[in-house]
Design a protein around this ligand. Structure first.
Ligand code: NAP
Ligand code: ZN
Length: 352
């Protein structure tokens, strides 16, 4: 076991504070990683505040992890000390069930989240990447391609793969009209990736002030969801809508925008929604689907795609001391477009 310094929430709605805890000793198939950067996902805020009623405290959030290998177990074959690596939302699964064999580990009933999960061997609560180090089973470690800047790689591990999976699964590409609802961490990656895949992209936003950014990120059009006339004018306009809104909301105004056989994929609100009007699904044979993060093989493919096509998140770097302010700003929809913690800042933390 090694002692590790991180930041933890010890109860709901309390600020994160410095906390020392133990990382497990290396198992044969484990990789030890010194964390350099960790992205800040809206899910981190949901967990810290126990929005979903499932948080196990003390909670060390963080599942957009980038770092360097510091040690490997005796059975590790793919990584060596010094390699540039990343870890996303999962750290283990059974590796034997149908979803695992199909490289969709996120659908395995034993999938272990990077934090707030339970270690399959010890039953201990997993602790995430707002910390100086982590120990992860080799099968859940990703390789950071040399062409990717590690400072900006973290958000690909959750925001990126969460939008990439449905874009690929539903065949988004040239000739398709795609709308991304919510220009935040997930949404801005949705815009960049859908545009890189050749789609015609519209951002649907509540924030008029984000219109220029949306275009700079690759959107061809911007639609204000608070403007009923503009929304009415876009009726039946889209083949595919990616909905990243992080809270309970009304889907009906968005369903109305789908054309024939159009699909809306929900990735944001992990909670009950407003009632859906059945007629809106019947007209145009529209459908609604959901999507949860993405598999390890797909995540590696995304990292490789982003390296090849120079697609990187837009990040605001922060010190770990600023994490509580960053959470306040995330709540207030004031981030462009992903906070990333520079973990070197842990060296300045005073434990008192
Ligand atoms: P974020 O950075 O806060 O972005 C969310 C965006 O949604 C905001 O920037 C805002 O964009 C829009 N928005 C916020 N509140 C809204 C409201 N009440 N009504 C309409 N639009 C609103 O959050 P994120 O990190 O992208 O995460 C989004 C959600 O995805 C979170 O709930 C997170 O837990 C979830 N998530 C799901 C998965 C998955 O596997 N499915 C993975 C990761 C995260 P505008 O200003 O443009 O309106
Ligand atoms: Zn996330």
């Amino acid at each position: 076991m090694t002692t590790c310094l991180g930041f933890a929430a010890h109860q709901a709605n309390a600020p994160l504070t410095p906390w020392r805890f133990e990382r497990r000793a290396l198992r044969d198939d484990d990789v030890a990683i010194a964390i350099d950067y960790c992205g800040v996902c809206h899910s981190d805020l949901h967990y810290v505040n126990n929005d979903w009623g499932s948080t196990r405290y003390s909670c060390v959030p963080g599942h957009e992890i980038v770092g360097r290998v510091t040690a490997v177990g005796s059975a590790v074959t793919r990584y060596a000390v010094g390699d540039s690596v990343a870890v996303g939302c999962m750290v283990d699964s059974c590796q034997q069930c149908t979803p695992c064999l199909e490289h969709q580990e996120q659908a395995c009933s034993s999938m272990t989240p990077t934090y707030n999960g339970m270690d399959r061997q010890t039953g201990q609560v997993t602790l995430g990447g707002y910390a100086e180090s982590i120990v992860v089973r080799e099968a859940f470690v990703l390789r950071v391609p040399p062409a990717l800047d590690p400072r900006f790689t973290g958000p690909l591990l959750c925001a990126g793969i969460t939008v990439w999976t449905p874009l690929r699964r539903h065949g988004v590409g040239a000739g398709m009209k795609v709308a991304v609802v919510g220009l935040g961490g997930l949404g801005h990656m949705g815009v960049k990736l859908a545009a890189a895949l050749g789609a015609e992209v519209t951002v649907i936003t509540t924030s008029p002030g984000k219109a220029d950014d949306a275009r700079a990120l690759g959107a061809h059009h911007v639609l204000l969801s608070t403007d009923p006339k503009a929304m009415q004018g876009a009726a039946n306009a889209f083949d595919f809508i990616l909905d990243t809104i992080p809270t309970r909301h009304n889907l009906n105004p968005y369903l109305m925008l789908l054309g024939r056989n159009g699909k809306l994929v929900l990735v944001g609100a992990i909670e009950p929604l407003e009632p859906i009007h059945g007629a809106l699904l019947m007209v145009n044979s529209r459908s609604i689907a959901g999507s949860l993060i993405g598999g390890i093989e797909d995540t590696q493919a995304l990292l490789d795609f982003c390296a090849e096509h120079n697609v990187l998140p837009q990040c605001e770097m922060i010190g770990i001391q600023d994490i509580n302010t960053a959470f306040e700003r995330l709540k207030a929809n004031d981030v462009k477009y992903r906070f990333v913690i520079d973990m070197a800042s842990l060296q300045d933390v005073n434990l008192g």
